[in-house]
Design a binder for this molecule. Structure first.
Ligand SMILES: NC(=O)c1ccc[n+]([C@@H]2O[C@H](COP(=O)([O-])OP(=O)(O)OC[C@H]3O[C@@H](n4cnc5c(N)ncnc54)[C@H](OP(=O)(O)O)[C@@H]3O)[C@@H](O)[C@H]2O)c1
Length: 312
């Protein structure tokens, strides 16, 4: 399996990041451990979580996903063998990306993860009320102390990335080396708009909703299918003319490659210029194995073009 550097940073990962928003949501602790075990057994190391996952579930303690991952690393004694990506706040949470909220959020995340460093620390959502100087200034001591190896920004526009990179240079602060935008066969605009900044600043990207919340697995083809998972409602918006065209292309390419639509969707993402790795979550060990097959699958140029054209 090819391994890829994250932008200009020293960090090198395999071309798959396990999504952690399901831990404490559609996946309980016991199943979470099984999924995480299966993922590392497949040879992968990078796990994506956030301070806020999955705080939308009523009754959840804050940061359940980080807590489950922390307990798993402690039980397995494997902190050094994995790469932990986590994220701080979003603009609509108290404090946004202000210095105090970042410092507090970071310490709380370390506590839940039972570690003293994270491999990538992301600004989860832009916070227009806080300057880049303040946020990067809050990250500066963490980076200097080796508590954060790489900084990332999620859901930032190209203009925001440019402004943050300029601030880093002018104020001698650490820079973002990796972006986390939404990108999949259906949703392309956000990633496409970032192409130039990714190139200009030699940044890595780990892209989310790789399977469009499950839609690109092909299991949602009519309204009746949306009850198949608690996630079903999140996939509903994709079932339109464009979504059906993509599913038809996925069916054809899957058949020709003896693969599933989920696997083909990931293989397409791994082949896109500018993508370091897709992020995808799983709710079973079988899904983990399928994600692994997907990122190892090499599609022909003709198959890649069929898929690219279907989602235009
Ligand atoms: N930065 C951000 O703002 C942001 C936002 C959203 C997500 N993320 C990150 O990206 C990760 C991935 O996002 P996501 O989990 O929301 O969506 P996703 O990866 O697009 O969809 C994953 C879901 O599809 C289903 N699935 C996976 N493999 C499958 C297979 N082989 N066959 C059939 N179904 C399969 C599973 O759900 P069911 O089994 O329940 O159907 C799984 O939870 C998150 O965990 C998080 O780490 C980041």
């Amino acid at each position: 399996m090819d391994r890829r550097p994250i932008g200009r940073s020293e960090l090198v990962i395999e071309p798959l990041v396990l999504g952690g928003n399901v831990f404490g949501w559609t996946v309980d602790e016991k199943l979470g451990f099984e999924i995480l075990d299966a993922y590392v057994e497949e040879g992968f190391t990078a796990i994506d979580t956030a301070q806020g996952y999955p705080n939308w579930v009523p009754g959840n303690a804050p940061g359940m996903s980080e807590t489950i991952i922390g307990k798993w690393m402690k039980a397995r004694g494997n902190r050094e063998a994995v790469h932990i990506f986590t994220k701080v706040n979003s603009a609509n949470q108290p404090g946004g990306l202000g210095a105090d909220a970042v410092a507090k959020g970071f310490e709380e995340s370390l506590g839940r993860l039972q570690t003293d460093y994270v491999d990538v620390y992301f600004s989860h959502w832009p916070d227009p009320k806080t300057s880049h100087e303040e946020t990067l200034g809050a990250y500066d001591p963490m980076v200097r102390a080796g508590k954060v190896r790489v900084l990332g920004a999620s859901n930032y526009t190209a203009e925001m990335v440019e402004a943050a990179q300029e601030t880093a240079v002018v104020k001698s602060l650490p820079r973002y080396d990796v972006l986390q935008p939404r990108f999949n066969l259906y949703d392309r605009e956000e990633f496409d708009a970032l192409h130039d900044v990714i190139k200009a600043h030699e940044m890595g990207t780990v892209v989310y909703y790789s399977l469009a919340s499950g839609f690109l697995t092909g299991k949602y083809r009519s309204k009746a299918d949306f009850g198949k998972s608690p996630r079903g409602s999140g996939a509903e918006k994709y079932l339109d003319a464009k979504g059906e065209k993509i599913l038809a292309a996925l069916d054809a390419v899957s058949k020709a490659n003896d693969a599933t639509p989920a696997e083909v969707s990931l293989a397409w993402l791994v082949a896109q210029p500018g993508v370091t790795a897709p992020i995808a979550s799983a709710t079973s060990v079988e899904q983990v194995k399928s994600l692994a097959r997907g990122v190892r699958l090499k599609l022909s140029d003709a198959d890649l073009k069929t898929l690219t054209d279907a989602g235009r």
